[in-house]
Design a binder for this molecule. Structure first.
Ligand code: SF4
Length: 490
């Protein structure tokens, strides 16, 4: 979500006449788009800002802006800790950035503007995309759930859904510029359709499945992915739409978080493990080769050895193709941060190592099962030094797995954004290898665009919240620059 917001910020700035600085240039403007979901985000931010302080002294005309979740959380604390910052803006008003930069320059005074409600869908802003072949498209922003470990609802607000027509128009705009793969984005895509901003649109529980099927009708769109679904609201119509829409990839990210029902309750996650495993069974019945990934938190407050054993048990049964695993650490402002029975860090760490060992074994077994199978790969950029040394390029298979493949003589002709078909010859826990010959190589428009260093620029799609026809919107409240309680928006 933040990476995509950064594309919006880049688009906005380019629209306002800014030009991207070359890596080694002295940039006139540095924008930090911060994330608050991981531990130490604030240390990282303030460390980076300190690093820039001497540069700002050397070139006072240079501007520094801080946006994103941490800015939304810290508000004017950012200025108190780093008074050389010029602009602080929140998650709800990234569209204000160019105006705030102008005002800071004109008034020679730092500007802080944090809104408590969404000003406009980020999609009503232009976006300068990072990739020529793969694009993000938001279906919604915010989240109506209240998971006790999560800071997102307090920083991103209640869920607001875009109109399906706007989502599809943006997908088409990307495909028209050569993009082959689109990832639909939302904190909880399965709730899509229940919180349309447009009051004229009827609430529709089947809206996400309909959206997937509609993506299937877009010529030139080869791969559709989405993230993240929520197990509590995941319905069979989405499984059917995935299985029946050829360009929807056989890949599902299904966050488990814990395998203990007791801990799920404490996390305020409203599904239980039986339901979770039942969803996986249905997905695999409809799409036998689907790759299912997950998120797991180890050491949530109150987690006992018995609870953790239940997580290991579910992981063993679920056969995830990969897992994003996290050691629980408290996020100030979340209910879990003040729960009793915080698990000692050494216990969390020891459990975490056991989970990693189990998941690595499963990853390797699952990947080895693919040796000998054919894979269609979308070649990705930045294969890195490893590829230069080994002569391999890298691509992503339809199920989302990373595959390093040997291209030999054909390597020079294969560009990121092209599509190759090859056979898997070896496996490691986190990637596959294909060292045989390439069965086919298709040059694509995305590959042409990448070769020319051209990435899509998408124009604003849809109308802003509060525009005529969108129904009344609450007047956004602007947090005063004097507020330092940290309570606004939390
Ligand atoms: S579903 Fe839970 S974890 Fe996901 S964004 Fe919403 S509150 Fe956070």
């Amino acid at each position: 979500m933040n990476v995509h917001d950064s594309e919006r910020i880049a688009g906005l700035l380019e629209d306002a006449g800014y030009v991207r600085a070359a890596e080694d240039d002295d940039a006139d403007l540095v924008v930090f788009n911060t994330c608050a979901i991981r531990e130490n985000a604030d240390n990282k931010l303030y460390g980076n800002l300190s690093h820039l302080a001497p540069e700002k002294t050397r070139r006072p005309g240079m501007q520094i802006a801080v946006g994103g979740c941490l800015a939304q959380k810290d508000k004017d604390t950012v200025l108190r800790k780093a008074p050389w910052v010029d602009v602080v803006f929140g998650t709800h008003n990234i569209g204000s950035l160019p105006a705030l930069l102008d005002r800071a320059r004109h008034n020679e005074e730092a500007q802080v503007e944090i809104l408590d409600a969404l000003e406009a869908f980020p999609s009503t802003l232009p976006a300068k995309r990072d990739s020529a072949y793969s694009g993000w498209v938001s279906v919604s922003v915010g989240c109506n759930n209240t998971c006790t470990f999560c800071i997102v609802p307090s920083l991103r607000g209640k869920e607001v859904d875009r109109r399906p027509g706007d989502v599809l128009a943006e997908v088409k705009a990307l495909v028209d510029q050569g993009v082959l793969e689109v990832t639909l984005l939302g904190q909880n895509v399965n709730a899509y359709g229940m919180s349309f901003a447009d009051p004229e649109l009827p609430r529709n529980r089947g809206a996400f499945a309909d959206l997937l099927r509609a993506c299937g009708d877009i010529d030139g769109l080869e791969r559709v992915r989405f993230t993240s679904p929520h197990p509590a609201e995941f319905t069979d119509d989405v499984i059917d739409a995935m299985a029946q829409t050829p360009n929807v990839c056989p890949q599902l990210h299904m966050p488990l978080q814990s395998g203990s029902d007791r801990i799920l309750r404490a996390m305020r996650r409203s599904y239980r493990t039986t339901k979770f495993l039942g969803i996986l069974d249905k997905v695999r019945a409809a799409m036998p080769h689907a790759a299912i990934t997950t998120d797991i938190i180890v050491g949530f407050p109150g987690e006992t050895e018995e609870d953790f054993a239940a997580t290991l048990d579910v992981v063993e049964r679920a056969r995830f193709s990969s897992a994003f695993t996290f050691q629980y650490s408290p996020r100030p402002g979340t209910p879990a941060a003040t729960m009793p029975d915080q698990v000692p860090p050494e216990v969390v760490s020891e459990r975490y190592q056991r989970l990693i060992a189990l998941q690595e074994r499963i990853c390797l077994t699952e990947n080895r099962n693919l040796i000998g199978s054919e894979a269609e790969l979308l070649v990705v950029a930045d294969s890195g030094r490893k590829s230069a040394n080994t002569g391999r390029l890298t691509g992503r298979s339809r199920d989302g797995r990373l595959v390093h493949f040997r291209a030999d003589d054909a390597a020079a002709a294969i560009r990121p954004g092209d599509v190759v078909v090859t056979t898997i010859t070896d496996a490691a826990p986190h990637h596959l290898m294909a060292d045989g010959s390439i069965a086919s190589h298709r040059r694509t428009r995305a590959g042409d665009a990448h070769e020319l260093s051209r990435t899509p620029m998408t124009a604003p799609v849809g109308v802003g919240l509060g525009m005529p026809g969108m129904g009344p919107a609450p007047m956004p409240e602007v947090a005063s620059t004097g507020c330092s309680s940290g309570a606004c928006g939390a």
